[in-house]
Write a protein that binds this ligand. Sequence first.
Ligand SMILES: Cc1ncc(C[n+]2csc(CCOP(=O)(O)OP(=O)(O)O)c2C)c(N)n1
Ligand code: SF4
Ligand SMILES: [Mg+2]
Length: 443
Amino acid sequence: MSAPAIASYMTDRIGPLPFCPGCGHTTLTHALDKALVKLQLDPRRVVVVTDIGCIGLSDRYFTTHAFHGLHGRSITYACGLKLARPELKVITLMGDGAAGIGGAHFLNVARRNIGITLLVGNNFNYGMTGGQHSVTTPEEGLTSSTPAGNPEAPMDLCATAAAAGAPWVWRATMFDPDLPDVLADAIAQPGFAMVDVWELCTAYYMPRNQFKKKELLEMFGAHGLTTGKVVDRPRPEYTARLREVLASAKPPRPSPGIEPRFPHAVSRQTGIVIAGSAGQKIKSSAALFAQAGMFAGLHATQKDDYPITVQTGHSVAEVNLSPERVDYTGIERPDFFVLLSEDGLRRTRDTVAALPATSTLYAVDDLELPPTAARVRRLPSRELTKDAGRLSLCTAALAFLLADSGLYPVAALRAAISAFTSPKIAEASLKAAAAGAAAVHRE
Ligand SMILES: Cc1ncc(C[n+]2csc(CCOP(=O)(O)OP(=O)(O)O)c2C)c(N)n1
Ligand code: SF4
Ligand SMILES: [Mg+2]
């Protein structure tokens, strides 16, 4: 038989592996090398992902791509790589400590079935930081953080991954002669595959607990566990499935774009606050008002304030219009204030009371206002909503403001309504805009 084209995926250019003598991570790392040799994958299409912990020192010894990040997060990096580049074989090496610290990632990669390979170098403690207990430390296990014995029940990583939906799970030990073949099988899986490799940490867990090969193997019996395949139930891989779903999704409606085609009379950044109730279309009307400003060649920003609940409580929108770029979107002294309901007034009463004499306050006619220095203009709400209905009050009020202030033409608001709302809504909104503008001129 001819020798494999690639005889090793590891380099000795940076010296020997850094692990303590007898450490299981050495065995696991070499087993991964043998698995890659068996599969003869193009090293440019393989990424070894690790995080912190002794096991995380291994990635730089591989001649594949490598990614090294924060403790417990290697699954997230691996998933990101796989989602962006599904053609890559992404292999994650992490410790039992990292599996616990990144527990949510561990559950979700199994649930989603993202096609990465997860190899856990499970040595029952935090090796790198001096042997503290981890989620897999056996009950009564002695560690630097459980000197009187671990009072916690350990987590069975394989059962946990299986319960979360992992399609392929294998429980192994560093002493298994077929470990390279098992890792090769795991890497060859199209979906998520995990191998939990029970190991010795010869520096800490082994001496503290008199825990050698015999004790490690006996632990299986004590927990009613066996080595070998735990789960093999293939199901569609997430990355491929996601691409299918995205390919079949309806493309978003192309935006009509906003080309300036109206004049304006705004010489400086101008702040407009609109305060009303949820359900009064405050947010969407304010958005049209801002877009209409852009049709007049202005820069516009919008910020909304509303409770998390729907159809109840206040709704406040703040819009800035400016001939220059808007760098600060806060409105401390509104130039214009539109007040459409008791909810809106309750939310903004202090601001309304503090409005300066340079402000104009447009308030619906049935609201009792606090004393204010602002110039007050009353909005005839019955007249404004007669044709278009109650839901269009905000649009009518904004048209009133435009016709009164001359910031930019009401025609720009009409253009925004026609461009950005469905024909049915546009019909009512255009009526409202006409009613708002007409009410000003009637006075
Ligand atoms: C978020 C975070 N928590 C804690 C640490 C400190 N820390 C560094 S290595 C390590 C333990 C690693 O244990 P494990 O993942 O089991 O790997 P091992 O060293 O046993 O191979 C810890 C807790 C860290 N680097 N980052
Ligand atoms: S401290 Fe433990 S896990 Fe880390 S290299 Fe040494 S034996 Fe291995
Ligand atoms: Mg560990």
